[in-house]
Ligand binder design. Structure first.
Ligand code: SF4
Length: 384
């Protein structure tokens, strides 16, 4: 098994579906949790037997995401951790993250997480404004989020990440500023900030189609973006990826693997894997996923066979997401080609426009380029 890889474990259960969410997550299916955990364990076991060493996988990072992993009760969480321990060697794991949502996290669950080796918690806050939280369908209120962050800190978690959003219905510059200031005041180590995207199949997409969704104007959203991009670095949070900011040394190791073309395995419904240069996707439907594992199938559903052309494009798209950019030497080592020989025209155009910069052997987005990332990504399509 490759030594440098990540493991993602998906828990697709949520108390309620947020209005913007198109992730593989389901409300009202909690009765499936116990059988789901059994199949998750089986999927890890089969994978470890096939690709592991001595029947165990030895990754660099482990990330339990969702959905809402903290919706599991303590006994279910204990089963999840014990299954992970059975099939994963944790001695080389540098970062073990779990996602949690306010309103589902308790002292007992946090204690169990800590005792099970979790060293990073990622909390879905989205906003510290109650009106906004209600309008996006979150189950918690701002006070719950503050309480659960402080509780985690009091129990010895020193690597906490918050997710925030901007461009939300009911959000204005004042409430956005208050959320960013509150996040900084809580002294968390990592902050991810995502702009609202209207995704098909969501409550928001339906409201939009009926003309019932009131969003901030494009100008206001742009001002919010500029405020975030200026304020978080001024508060000590380095922007190391388009949407991610961290105190020095607290950049997410797991997510950085995704952006650096490193393989990862994914377990659970809707989980993705990037393994031996192919991309795989498990069925999103929980029943279909469990049936797949019962048939003994793992890494069976190829989402994309990554040929060299697609690999070069993805290598660049992902590299550009990080402020350190695309490592030109690593490109040469990976593909045995100079990046200018493949994307030279597009690179020159983006350099001329001031969207791209070249320094320290890397090509990276400028501040303005980050804002218009999609235009720059378009320059890294081979077009053959
Ligand atoms: S808690 Fe997260 S995964 Fe669950 S519905 Fe809301 S946004 Fe989606």
């Amino acid at each position: 098994m490759e030594s440098n890889f990540g493991i993602y474990i998906h828990i697709p259960f949520c108390k309620q579906k947020c209005f913007y969410c198109d992730f593989p997550s389901f409300a009202g299916r909690e009765r499936l949790i116990d059988s789901y955990l059994a199949e998750l364990s089986r999927e890890m076991e089969l994978t470890a037997l096939k690709y592991g060493q001595d029947g165990k996988m030895a990754p660099y990072t482990v990330y339990i995401g969702g959905g809402t992993p903290s919706l599991l009760d303590t006994a279910q969480l204990a089963r999840l951790f014990s299954a992970a321990n059975e099939h994963i060697r944790f001695d080389q794991v540098a970062e073990f993250t779990i996602e949690a949502n306010p309103g589902t996290l308790t002292k007992d669950k946090l204690r169990l997480m800590k005792a099970s080796g979790v060293n990073r918690i990622s909390i879905g806050v989205q906003s510290f404004d109650d009106n906004c939280l209600k309008k996006i369908g979150r189950i918690h209120r701002a006070g719950d989020a503050i309480e659960c962050i402080k509780l985690a800190q009091s129990l010895g978690f020193y690597n906490i990440s918050l997710d925030l959003m901007y461009g939300l219905p009911g959000q204005n510059m004042d409430t956005l500023k208050q959320s960013i200031e509150q996040a900084i005041a809580l002294q968390v180590q990592h902050i991810s900030v995502y702009g609202l995207q209207l995704e098909d199949g969501t409550v928001f997409a339906r409201q939009q189609a009926m003309g019932k969704l009131q969003l901030p104007t494009d100008e206001l959203v742009e001002n919010m973006y500029d405020y975030i991009a200026a304020t978080l670095p001024a508060g000590g949070y380095n922007r190391y990826e388009i949407s991610n900011y961290a105190l020095s040394g607290y950049e997410s190791k797991h997510n950085s693997l995704y952006w650096q073309d490193v393989p990862y395995l994914g377990f659970g419904a809707g989980a993705h894997a990037y393994w031996q240069v192919n991309r795989y996707e498990n069925p999103t439907n929980i029943d279909a996923y469990m049936a797949m594992v019962r048939r003994g199938e793992i890494l069976s559903n190829i989402e994309e066979k990554v040929d060299e052309k697609a690999h070069m494009e993805e290598f660049c798209f992902l590299g550009l997401r990080m402020t350190k950019g695309i490592d030109k030497e690593k490109f040469r080592e990976t593909f045995n080609k100079d990046i200018y020989a493949v994307f030279g025209d597009g690179i020159k155009e983006m350099l001329d426009k001031g969207f791209l910069q070249e320094k320290d052997g890397a090509l990276s987005l400028t501040t303005i380029g980050m804002k218009y990332g999609n235009i720059v990504f378009g320059a890294f399509i081979t077009g053959e």
